[in-house]
Design a protein around this ligand. Structure first.
Ligand code: ADP
Length: 209
């Protein structure tokens, strides 16, 4: 977050004189309390200042990068995941390839008749099958998929930063987002490297920290 000149000055005043009321900060800057209100609101919301009723403003002592780190750590899967793209395990490899093109995704979740996750198929899995000289319409996708229990999944209450670490550690492009049901794991979404890139861009363009 870029702080304006005035916001930097406010922080300095509060740092050295806190707790200090909005009124007194305004006096020191030769401004009215009303002019200052938006700046104080931004600085409090962003976490630089703490406001206590009838006492005044305190400096929290947190730097911009500390506040940014705190913010990133709070991002959850539920706010960012995309819709799930699934294929039945009985479908052919040919159908899986068609779905991948139609849906414009790089990884498919494979499900059983109860809509529960049984595996995952990536671009390379399909390429491997395609160079194998087989009839792709007769080859069920469950033969070539990476199967449960070896699938790394996440849940909507998980943190984005933990998903990002999993993507790096496991060297994969995405994770299915699942919900626990009596029949198994229902696929409710997906998080991919594109999702993480979007979060990154949002952080940079979001000036509210
Ligand atoms: P690509 O095949 O394009 O390199 P990935 O790196 O995502 O895509 O996949 C590499 C391998 O990991 C594939 O065999 C795929 O089936 C498997 N895979 C992909 N996602 C997962 C996951 N969430 N859990 C376990 N294995 C996965």
């Amino acid at each position: 977050m870029e702080l304006s000149n005035r916001q930097e000055k406010i922080i300095e005043i509060v740092k050295h004189n806190g707790p200090i009321t909005g009124e007194h900060i305004a006096e020191r800057l030769n401004l009215t309390r009303a002019t200052l209100r938006p700046d104080l609101a931004i600085l409090t919301m962003a976490g630089f200042l703490d406001a206590r009723p009838r006492v005044g403003y305190f400096y929290t002592g947190k730097t911009g990068s500390e506040l940014l780190t705190e913010k990133i750590k709070k991002y959850k899967v539920q706010e960012y995941h995309s819709v799930p793209i699934v294929v039945q395990e009985s479908a052919s490899v040919y159908d899986a390839i068609s779905t991948m093109f139609l849906e414009d995704v790089g990884t498919l979740s494979i499900i059983d008749e109860n809509s529960c996750l049984t595996g995952v198929v990536s671009r390379k899995d399909l390429l491997r099958a395609a160079i194998g000289n087989q009839d792709l319409s007769a080859l069920p996708v469950h033969i070539i998929m990476t199967r449960m229990p070896n699938i790394t999944v996440c849940r909507k209450e998980d943190f984005i930063i933990d998903v990002a670490k999993q993507l790096i550690n496991k060297q994969i492009d995405g994770l299915p987002v699942v919900k626990d049901t009596p029949n198994g794991l229902e696929v409710i979404g997906r998080i991919t490297k594109t999702t993480i890139t979007k979060v990154f861009v949002e952080l940079i363009t979001d000036n509210q920290i």
